[in-house]
Design a protein around this ligand. Structure first.
Ligand code: AMP
Length: 422
């Protein structure tokens, strides 16, 4: 008998019942002994078409006497018994049972790959797997180097620099999602080394903001970052980044006095300062930012140009959930009702884009259209909706040239931002 880990999922019919029945079938199987089953987690559908129902997911630790292919066959039998119809990929299913690990074995067959090739980038696998085997999660997390110390980080990259290797850099505050991973994948594709920083920067949070409750999970982040191609994580302590005698700040004027800068005074000063410090420590060839935080990316681009920083800033498209909500670590704060409401942000921007493409030029009309669509969902409040010049962030009365439509809206106690370029 060998130890094996399974992922269980259902998004059709009575999901909980389906998974519990699957566990019963596993227990009844002659070649399987179920040792541990995780709690069940509700998850948004991943890779499925828009409108697909949410999944319920769990993980199980089993002992089995089946060889890998025989185990696969047994699991498929159980899926069939539970009414799984093999329709198109990503279509809803009563039950899905995946082999995540089979002892320490690596299997690469056309119909079976073990360890499961996508498990590291999937929260719906990692969270229940951690419950049945914290050791596996620890081991996976240890596969990427984490450096906390500034001199050690410099020393690690000195070798790469001496060999003229290009360094891609993705600064983040962690709790990584597909948006971050898209930057890391690009960073690795375009460079020899990809460095990811994870630092919840106290300097960019206001006194009433969510610094303390910002989600943090370095183990989970390490696994996900590595799966996307990260070679090393820089995760400094605040004490080292901001020692007692810290008196120097970077303030990018003008661009920061509008949009998010109005309701978050000091935020961009905190961002520019930390990014400047990180650039000095890592000295990357290219740094990657997301369009989701358009104003931030523009501030950083301007800082790098104004201060003659020898690197390229690359801005990547916003990655969205299937219903259009821009991915954000802060989405984890939303309760199910707020999460459903929040999809309205991108819907309202999409409708605005359509209006503009069919000839609307008045910013006032576009903004009031967006406001109407959003208010329909009764959010807790609208911070701003603005149409601005994409380079200067100055308000525009008429939509001509490259324009940014940006908004910030409160759902419960969570403030979400989004934007589109037109
Ligand atoms: P954060 O961890 O929120 O500070 O974000 C780190 C980087 O990831 C920033 O450059 C963000 O703009 C970028 N980012 C965050 N969310 C997304 C997203 N949904 N799509 C693309 N990039 C994103």
């Amino acid at each position: 008998m060998v130890t094996c880990y399974l992922g269980l999922g259902s998004n059709l019919g009575n999901k909980k019942k389906n998974i519990l029945l699957a566990v019963k079938y596993l227990q009844k199987s002659k070649g399987i002994k179920v040792e541990k089953v995780s709690r069940l987690y509700e998850n948004p559908p991943c890779g499925c078409p828009a409108g697909s129902p949410d999944f319920l997911n769990g993980a199980a630790k089993i002992r089995t006497s089946f060889a890998p292919l025989a185990l696969l066959k047994e699991l498929k039998n159980i899926e069939t018994c539970l009414g799984r119809k093999r329709a198109k990929r990503f279509s809803p299913r009563t039950i899905d049972i995946d082999i995540l690990f089979y002892a320490n074995k690596k299997v690469t067959l056309p119909n079976l790959k073990i360890p499961h090739p996508r498990l590291k980038m999937r929260d719906f696998v990692l969270a229940p797997l951690k419950e049945v085997s914290p050791e596996i999660i620890k081991k996976l997390a240890s596969e990427v180097k984490i450096i906390k110390d500034i001199p050690a980080m410099r020393a690690f990259l000195a070798h790469a620099r001496s060999k003229n290797m290009s360094i891609g850099f993705v600064p983040t505050m962690g709790y990584l999602h597909e948006g971050h991973l898209s930057l890391i994948r690009r960073g690795k594709k375009e460079n020899v080394i990809c460095v990811v920083s994870i630092f919840v920067n106290p300097l960019q949070f206001g006194p009433e903001e969510d610094f303390k409750k910002y989600p943090r999970d370095i183990e989970r982040d390490s696994i996900k970052a590595q799966s996307a191609g990260c070679d090393v994580i820089f995760a400094p302590e605040a004490k080292q980044m901001y020692p007692n005698s810290f008196f120097t700040y970077v303030d990018v004027e003008k661009l920061t006095g509008t949009l998010c800068g109005v309701s978050r005074p000091g935020h961009f000063k905190g961002v520019a300062t930390v990014v400047n410090k990180l650039f000095n420590i890592i000295q990357p060839s290219v740094a990657y930012f997301g369009q989701k935080d358009y104003q931030q990316a523009l501030v950083i681009k301007t800082m790098a140009r104004n201060l003659n920083m020898p690197l390229k800033i690359s801005v990547m498209p916003t990655i969205r959930e299937t219903d259009g909500l821009a991915m954000s670590s802060r989405n984890t704060y939303l309760n199910p009702a707020e999460r459903a409401q929040a999809a309205v942000l991108y819907q309202s921007l999409g409708q605005a884009r359509k209006k503009i493409l069919s000839g609307e030029k008045s910013s006032k009309k576009v903004i009031s259209g967006i406001r109407k669509v959003i208010l329909n969902k009764k959010p807790a409040g609208i911070d701003y909706i603005a149409v601005v010049d994409a380079d200067t962030l100055e308000n525009k009365d008429m939509i001509q040239g490259k324009s940014l439509i940006a908004l910030a809206v409160w759902f419960g106690k969570t403030r979400l931002i989004d934007n589109i370029l037109v």
